[in-house]
Design a protein around this ligand. Structure first.
Ligand code: THU
Length: 143
């Protein structure tokens, strides 16, 4: 992936924070998932009054892709931040994916899959899934 492609993916993730449904946490997360076929699937977090049915941005993006029969992915950009009193999203730090999302990504993403994070200023961090979820439980354990 080129730096330009990474920045494009981050920009799409940032735009997605505008449509997060977060009346409880007010923490907006946006994701942009790049499939190997070049399609970008977007996601935002979607909360619920009962809390546990809430869905993270990363899982929204990956479930959208799987539901379109796309199963091969190259990278995901994730950003997040609280809204201010004007309702604007302020990205001030890296938004690392939660454990559940790491597990869901591990179901579908190979060893080269990249997780791209942005601090809202100028720094981009990049991880392999193996770095964020070492010794993961996967399909091979069931055979
Ligand atoms: N959230 C995500 O969307 N992705 C993550 O990986 C971390 C957390 C959401 C869930 C909830 O809507 C809000 O951020 C606060 O936890």
């Amino acid at each position: 992936m080129t730096e330009v492609q990474k920045k494009e993916l981050i920009e799409i993730a940032v735009k997605m924070t505008a449509v997060s449904y977060v009346p409880y946490s007010h923490f907006h997360v946006g994701a942009a998932l790049l499939a190997k076929n070049g399609t970008i699937f977007t996601g935002c977090n979607i909360e619920n009054a009962a809390y546990s049915p809430s869905n993270c941005a990363e899982r929204t993006a990956i479930f959208k892709a799987i539901s379109e029969n796309v199963h091969s992915f190259e990278a995901i950009a994730i950003v997040g931040g609280l809204e201010n009193e004007k309702g604007e999203v302020e990205i001030k730090d890296f938004c690392t994916p939660c454990g559940v999302c790491r597990q869901v990504l591990s179901e579908f993403c190979d060893k080269n899959f990249r997780i791209i994070l942005f601090d809202g200023k100028s720094t981009i961090k990049e991880f392999l899934l193996e770095e964020l979820l070492p010794e993961s439980f996967g399909a091979s354990k069931l055979s």
